[in-house]
Design a protein around this ligand. Structure first.
Ligand code: CP
Length: 342
């Protein structure tokens, strides 16, 4: 694998899942594969899970790891070609990328949507330059439009939990065990939830893309105006009534996203209206009561009592922590495949 951006890059999903579960059984099995190879992880934006889980994955494979926080300690980077560089940006990305490439074998990049231009964001202007100029395989650690390491971990988690019938209480928060009858083909609902700031569409885009490729009954629910790009929605059912969308669901995946600008390009990257007016979209026991004792998922970090209530995220059916743990597994599979293709 030379690029990890879309679900198609991972190939056969069943094989990828099998590989993930094999690695989970013995995550150090391929320690020799990464010997004397270096992964460089470049962050233009903050991270907790991606930073830690991807480093751990590289270490699992015996790799060396270099982490660069571009905004802390590196020269400020100019990203536009043709600019007269008289601002505080001392280095151009067109030199910085090949220089970074001198010191590593595989590059991971996090660079969020800038919301300055929908076209630039959706053309992945920054990541495409890393692909073009680094000379190495590039994996997306959340770009302007996708977060495939997260979506792969989400799929692994759904696969692990979809047939569970006895849900033990969460050891951190207590509660009673839950008995559930799984649907033969799990119903997975991606639900928009309110947030005070404009967030990118990368997580919902990738989640939708991966769910469309998986063997699940996939539904997306959001208020009008938040339609995701059709490229990612694919054949998913879109239901504007959140309560109806939740009926009989096995998995609820909550996430905020800003306006994708599909119907009104001028609204791209905006929070539409006053988010307080959408308080009834916060995932609470009211909506969860409509589901088939659904598991609650979120990529984290999550704002409690904004996206989801304390009660729902602390319930025995909340699987946000195992979901985060699987980030190590998805990253290990991806790095392993990139090492194998060097
Ligand atoms: N879910 C996720 O990517 O978390 P971080 O932003 O903390 O890396």
């Amino acid at each position: 694998m030379k690029i990890f951006q879309h679900v198609s890059d991972i190939g056969n999903l069943k094989q990828a899942l099998q590989e993930a579960f094999d690695i989970k059984e013995n995550r150090y099995k391929y320690q020799e594969l990464g010997k004397n190879k270096t992964a460089m992880l470049i962050f233009f934006n903050n991270s907790l899970r991606t930073r830690l889980s991807t480093q751990k994955a590289a270490l699992n494979l015996g790799m060396n790891v270099i982490v660069l926080d571009v905004n802390q300690g590196a020269w400020k980077l100019e990203t536009e070609r043709g600019v007269i560089m008289e601002s505080d940006k001392s280095e151009h990305l067109l030199e910085a990328i090949p220089v970074m490439g001198c010191y590593c074998d595989i590059i991971g990049v996090r660079s969020f949507a800038r919301f300055e231009s929908r076209k630039d964001d959706y053309e992945e202007k920054i990541l495409q330059q890393f692909i073009q100029y680094s000379g190495h395989p590039v994996f997306f650690m959340e770009s302007a439009t996708v977060h495939p390491l997260q979506a792969f971990a989400d799929l692994i988690t759904i696969e692990e939990y979809k047939d569970k019938t006895l849900i033990e209480p969460n050891p951190l928060f207590g509660g009673n065990p839950i008995i559930r009858t799984p649907n033969k083909r799990p119903k997975v609902v991606l639900s928009w939830a309110p947030h005070p700031r404009a967030l990118p569409q990368a997580v919902p885009n990738s989640f939708a893309e991966w769910m469309n490729a998986a063997d699940v009954d996939f539904v997306i629910t959001h208020p009008e105006g938040y339609e995701l790009d059709p490229l990612f929605v694919g054949d998913a059912k879109v239901e504007y009534d959140q309560m109806r969308a939740f009926e009989g669901a096995d998995f609820i995946y909550a996430k905020n996203w800003s306006c994708p600008g599909v119907t009104r390009p001028e609204d791209y990257g905006k929070v539409l209206g006053d988010y307080h007016d959408y308080a009834d979209w916060t995932v609470s026991d009211r909506q969860m009561a409509m589901t088939n004792h659904a598991f609650f998922m979120h990529c984290l970090p999550v704002r409690r009592n904004m996206i989801v209530t304390d009660d729902v995220i602390e319930a025995p059916t909340s699987i946000v922590i195992p979901e985060a743990a699987n980030r190590e597994i998805s990253a290990t599979v991806v790095l392993k495949r990139m090492l194998e293709a060097l």
